[in-house]
Design a protein around this ligand. Structure first.
Ligand code: MN
Length: 154
């Protein structure tokens, strides 16, 4: 169940976030970045893939120039309609705080393998080709969810 983690963490009687469904067949691949003013401010990058939004929390924000590499921590898959979500997640709910769309549009998929994703978002802010690389677990960055996000050199 692709959205099992997403559903398990939320009480949809309390939060205004979409309950979501796995859908198939849209006209293009959606990407969104949501500014999430949670206990730690971060930016959630989400890429449509196989009917869900694959998601990463980027604590220091999306790189907008070459040479800047940012930690991106993979989080649970979100439903496609989450790409439209803006609002305040209430006290006591997972991810409490304000969510605002920072950038959104379609993206061009260049490569998607287990440990590397290359994509070109056509947004207002993200317009260049980006790379996501999965990091090996290390002392500084333990765990299997840590990726690096950066702009691809042309
Ligand atoms: Mn978040």
């Amino acid at each position: 169940m692709a959205l099992e983690d997403y559903h398990r963490r939320r009480d949809f009687n309390k939060t205004g976030e979409p309950k979501g469904a796995v859908e198939a067949g849209s006209s293009g691949l959606v990407f969104v970045v949501q500014r999430h003013d949670a206990s730690n401010l971060h930016f959630d990058l989400r890429l449509e893939r196989e009917g869900v939004l694959k998601s990463w929390a980027v604590p220091k924000g999306i790189p907008l120039e070459l040479g800047v590499r940012r930690l991106a921590v993979q989080t649970e898959d979100h439903p496609l309609d989450y790409a439209d979500f803006e609002g305040t997640i209430p006290q006591g709910e997972y991810g409490v705080g304000e969510v605002k769309i920072w950038d959104k549009g379609f993206y061009e998929l260049i490569k998607w393998v287990d440990k590397e994703i290359i994509f070109t978002p056509h947004g207002d802010k993200m317009k260049k080709t980006y790379v996501l690389i999965k990091m090996k677990s290390s002392v500084r960055f333990p765990g299997e969810d840590n990726w690096l996000l950066f702009m691809k050199k042309t």
